[in-house]
Design a protein around this ligand. Sequence first.
Ligand SMILES: [Zn+2]
Length: 240
Amino acid sequence: MFHTRPSSRSPELPIEWEGYGPHPGDGVERYGILTQYLVQDMPDGYFTSRIVVAVAESGDMFVAGATDDGYYSSLVIGPHGPGGERIEGQLFSRTFDINGVLCQWRRERITDLQPDSVDYFFWECYAAVPVDAPAYPEPMHSPRYRAEMDRRRRVSSNAAKHERRARSEATIERFDPVEVYERDAWICGICEEQVDPQVLHPDAMSPSLDHVVPLSKGGDHTRANSVLAHLICNVRKSAN
Ligand SMILES: [Zn+2]
């Protein structure tokens, strides 16, 4: 899902401005209903050079104009039946059945992340959704966006936690503990056994960050002073 990629025509500007996208091959899953996207070149003299076709599992389609890059333009052509026939006079009121679920078209917004993993942006698409889907739906986030937000949360909560415990003169580096765990190849720095990434805190065998020189003894909260340790190994070391 959500494979939207930068414009091939302006690779120096890998931005999809709000309201543009998706690209061919993208898929959007909404409340268990899948929509996929095609981009179709139109013949010369047609009133738009390209169209984006959203295709539901039932074969129902929603057609909108696109720019030469394949992004949506402001032109909305509207719903088409599974046979390609245009449905006149219905834009978002058209309903159709997908696996026993009554669906309609809706303009949906997705928060995604730029390839630089720093800036985020929105793109929009026409997607098939159940008619009883919430009017103000939960926002859709691309996997890339979600992973980055999780990482940022870990970085800031980790730094804040250790900042409170460290001596005032200690160095506090902001980093994702997972970075250190991966550097240490998921081997506990204390018992030298494997640490299972799937085991979650507060399980005794969950991964934790051990400070080689403890913060209480003036150690720094830095990558260099940190190793991966089982939570239980870490606790035992602190107790001694
Ligand atoms: Zn261990």
